[in-house]
Ligand binder design. Structure first.
Ligand SMILES: C[S@@+](CC[C@H](N)C(=O)[O-])C[C@H]1O[C@@H](n2cnc3c(N)ncnc32)[C@H](O)[C@@H]1O
Length: 241
């Protein structure tokens, strides 16, 4: 993915190209008319191994009827896994219409598009037959009022690393207002370290970054880590103090 992608317009252009590519791949072959998003060789189309490993911590079995938030969700395969294998209500938030349509069409899920009741800057792409809704709009304008309430759990993956450094505090502020004291917030954050040869996005998230962003208002601890060719993926569990 292009390292320089930063603005909503740039993200949308990227997703538009991805969407058109997926459609082209599908055309001419009725059997494969949809990009199912489940290419076995591509780790980015598989649900997160860390999410699967720690699902009982994020959502203990007795809580499986709860509502979970996926910030900056793109067309994450984690949402489909959570929807079908875990069976919880999914609420995603994504700026790009093409990413959202790509998620639904790639997974063969019928959806409708409605205006968000509480804010004209958001639309809701809502599954007709299952409990998933994805809000389209700017995360920095999102709120519990727009979402129709706070969340029981949050799975934040591959997102905070892409947020501009000066927007980290506002990001944490918005997130905190989507939570109650009981909300469990699980964050997957990359630390690239010496592998990071580029200047901009995606940025590193170190322990001191975590403390600076979350230390004042959140309890946070590291649950796990996994080293890959892209860097160190670290999983944090957070809650409001
Ligand atoms: C690196 S992708 C992460 C995708 C997803 N979390 C996953 O695990 O596959 C970051 C996503 O954030 C979206 N995005 C960036 N800025 C945004 C904003 N201000 N509001 C909403 N979505 C945004 C982009 O369109 C992109 O889909």
């Amino acid at each position: 993915m292009d390292e320089q992608i930063l603005t909503i317009d740039q993200w949308n252009d990227w997703w538009k190209r991805d969407f058109n590519k997926s459609r082209e791949k599908g055309s001419g072959d009725a059997e494969k008319s949809q990009d199912c998003g489940c290419d076995d060789d591509n780790p980015f189309t598989q649900p997160s191994a860390m999410l699967k490993k720690h699902i009982d911590t994020l959502l203990p079995l007795k809580d499986r009827r709860k509502r979970i938030f996926f910030p900056l969700c793109g067309k994450s395969p984690d949402m489909k896994w959570m929807l079908e294998d875990v069976g919880v209500e999914i609420v995603g938030l994504e700026c790009s219409e093409h990413a959202i349509r790509g998620f639904y069409e790639g997974n063969g899920i019928d959806y409708e598009v409605i205006d968000a009741p509480n804010n004209p800057n958001f639309r809701i792409f809502k599954s007709k037959n299952s409990s998933i809704s994805i809000f389209q709009g700017d995360f920095f304008q999102f709120s519990a009022k727009v979402a129709g309430g706070t969340f029981d759990a949050i799975w934040d993956s591959a997102s905070l690393n892409t947020i501009d450094l000066q927007l980290r505090k506002p990001y944490v502020e918005v997130m905190s207002r989507l939570m109650t004291k009981d909300t469990k917030y699980m964050l997957s954050a990359m630390f690239f370290g010496e592998l990071r040869t580029w200047k901009d996005n995606p940025f590193d998230i170190s322990d001191s970054d975590m403390q600076e962003m979350f230390g004042e208002r959140f309890e946070w601890s590291k649950l796990d880590e996994d080293k890959s060719e892209w860097g160190l993926e670290r999983i944090f569990l957070l809650s409001l103090k």
